[in-house]
Ligand binder design. Structure first.
Ligand SMILES: [Zn+2]
Length: 246
């Protein structure tokens, strides 16, 4: 079993809650690196991603990040628009739900299947990325990040089949799939990769108390129902993930 140690900087001092919850960008890479990779990421993720990209290129894939770091305000906007019906809320099979037929509790948990609670997104850390094979994307095609794009028969299926092989062989430079299969929390997201050990350092410091404090102060729709169920949300949707050595 490969054991990933926490990043050295995490051992010295506790991480600033603003870094854990997406309210600062001080941990991110230089803009030129963000442009090269496709999106901003944690500065310690640039090297591993470039190595993975080089290996992918050898197989004919153009590995590109479509979504890397996402700040708290951006996640809050997604969350609030889903609560308000401006963005679709999907069921477990990615079919849009009629949110007017749901209780507030049901709506919050339906959103959590596909969208992280603001403050609890792994994208806040810059360690997690949603990727595509740009070589396989037809001109003008708008990527939706839905299962049919990434399943084995989908346009990005060959990339992900190759990534599975690399991950299984510990040849993915620390990248793994936190949402590899359905654990009753976040829906499987084959497009989403996470860079251990950088992500492990964040995960080890993000507590339900840090999250509660963040949510309490946010202009978040369904805040009361979220706070009421925050312990369950944390267990089911935040810590309930795959690991680098699954
Ligand atoms: Zn993602």
């Amino acid at each position: 079993m490969v054991v990933f140690a926490a990043a050295p900087h995490a051992l010295r001092t506790p991480m600033d809650p603003t870094i854990l919850t997406g309210r600062t960008e001080t941990h991110l890479c230089a803009p030129a690196d963000a442009e090269d990779l496709g999106a901003p990421v944690h500065r310690d993720v640039v090297g591993p991603f470039r190595r993975l990209r080089e290996e992918a290129a050898r197989e004919g894939f153009d590995l590109r990040i479509l979504s890397g770091f996402r700040g708290f305000d951006r996640q809050l906007s997604i969350w609030n628009r889903k609560c308000g019906g401006e963005l679709a809320v999907l069921d477990s099979t990615a079919v849009p739900l009629d949110i007017l037929a749901l209780s507030e509790h049901e709506l919050a948990f339906a959103i959590l299947r596909w969208s992280a609670l603001p403050g609890a997104s792994r994208h806040h850390w810059g360690t997690d990325v949603d990727v595509i094979d740009a070589a396989a994307r037809p001109d003008g095609y708008e990527v939706e990040f839905v299962p049919e794009e990434v399943d084995s028969g989908g346009m990005f299926g060959p990339l992900h089949d190759w990534l599975d092989t690399r991950i299984a062989a510990s040849g993915s430079f620390g990248f793994f799939r936190p949402y590899d299969r359905d654990r009753g929390g976040v829906a499987p997201e084959r497009w989403h990769l996470s860079c251990a050990p950088v992500a492990a350092a964040f995960m080890s410091e993000l507590t339900v108390d840090v999250l509660r404090d963040t949510v309490r102060r946010a202009d978040l729709r369904l805040r009361d129902v979220v706070l009421e169920h925050l312990d369950e949300i944390f267990e089911r949707f935040v810590v309930n993930t795959g690991s680098p050595h699954a």
